[in-house]
Design a protein around this ligand. Structure first.
Ligand code: ADP
Ligand code: MG
Length: 239
């Protein structure tokens, strides 16, 4: 794990859970129910990656694959202004791409290799959410095997990009609060653990009181298990 770099999330507690921040050379999966804050963290890290290293960034750009239409330029601008960055510049350094279905999402990631090879200042790839199109298009037991095969291949491609180009990958995965609703769904085990046979870091985000959220490290290969509390404020992710 030599040369791994970290991007601050904006919360010292969450950074601590992650061993310093979102890591390069690996994929970090954020999973949790609707409204838990997965998209907010993706927005914040897309801003923070642009900070200089001494402020917790990588002086890099972000590539944001938006599958649910929840990318918000206004939110990016607010988060940028709050940390003293120029909102317009920050927005220009985030390439957002709306993926309309699984084939499109897969094709975008297949083209990323060329895009990143041409612009190695890209230091973060976000796929928010990585599972929604797959779940919608391959619903039903008879489609599970094909879905899982396609999704695993897609995830492995993302991991490869992280390793080759020393960049961070964040994917989100919405799971319901009631895990029994996912009985029979191989992407989610009872208890909300994901079952990807893909290397990476998995963090569960749970709602707490008001704007408070709980992040829990799950099955981390090199990080201790644990839980921390952070907040989603009008300026972004904070302690
Ligand atoms: P998920 O992607 O996990 O479904 P989101 O990241 O969209 O969830 O989180 C939505 C929550 O983030 C909202 O319910 C609200 O609590 C918080 N939030 C979103 N925008 C703002 C804002 N501008 N100011 C404060 N909190 C916000
Ligand atoms: Mg979301």
């Amino acid at each position: 794990r030599a040369n791994v770099k970290k991007i601050t999330t904006g919360s010292q507690a969450l950074d601590g859970l992650l061993g310093g921040g979102i890591e390069t050379r690996t994929m970090t999966e954020l999973f949790g129910e609707f409204g838990s804050g997965k998209t907010q963290i993706c927005h914040q890290v897309s801003v923070n990656v642009q900070l200089p290293p001494e402020k917790g960034g990588l002086s890099g750009k972000a590539l944001y694959i938006d599958t649910e239409g929840t990318f918000r330029t206004e939110r990016i601008k607010a988060m940028a202004s709050a940390i003293g960055l120029d909102p317009k510049e920050v927005l220009q350094n985030i390439m957002s791409i709306r993926a309309i279905n699984t084939d499109h999402q897969i094709a975008i990631v297949e083209e990323l290799q060329d895009i990143i090879a041409r612009d190695e200042s890209i230091k973060l790839i976000v796929v928010d959410s990585v599972t929604s199109h797959f779940r919608a298009e391959y619903s039903g037991r008879e489609n599970l095997a094909v879905r899982q095969q396609k999704l695993n291949r897609h995830l492995h491609q993302l991991v490869r990009l992280a390793e080759i180009y020393d960049l961070a990958v964040i994917v989100t995965n919405q799971v319901m609060a009631r895990p029994d609703m996912f009985y029979g769904d191989p992407t989610v085990a009872v208890g909300g653990h994901t079952l990807y046979h893909v290397p990476g870091i998995r963090v569960q985000i749970k709602k707490s009181r008001g704007n408070r959220r709980i992040a829990r490290m799950v099955d981390a290969p090199h990080l201790p298990e644990g839980e921390v509390v952070f907040s989603i404020t009008n300026t972004g992710i904070r302690d």
